[in-house]
Design a protein around this ligand. Sequence first.
Ligand code: TYD
Length: 138
Amino acid sequence: MSLDDCRMIELPKIHDQRGNLTFVEGDRHVPFDIKRVYYLYDVPGGSERGGHAHGKLQQFMIAMSGSFDVVLNDGDRERRFHLNRSYNGIYIAPMTWRYLDNFSSGAVCLVLASAYYDEADYYRDYASFESAAQASRT
Ligand code: TYD
């Protein structure tokens, strides 16, 4: 997996004067079956979240409200995305180091995940992630 596998995906948007509606279907709009949903909220200004990678987990992040930046790194290259629309999300492939910053006030980050929470799937140390990522490319 590399940074090129991570991408912004535009979700369907049903325009309505009563309020817009967006939906996400597993294995259709996101390239995995959705097993878990969690969200970050009440994030204080200046905070950073994330700062880890996953060996197998696939994720999809949406700014449900407000905005923030998602910085992705595959152990070789880094890319910064800005999320500020409820109908856009970022697909994060396995073996991608990520951190989130630049949260606006009231921002809510919704995360769809391909598996249950499993601490054993985390890389929390950048140096070990980087060597594992480089080894997987050779
Ligand atoms: P973590 O993934 O490190 O948060 P972030 O990357 O957003 O900074 O998780 C923070 C804590 O929450 C950690 O103790 C693990 C726990 N947690 C769960 O118990 N279940 C979950 O689904 C998630 C995402 C985290």
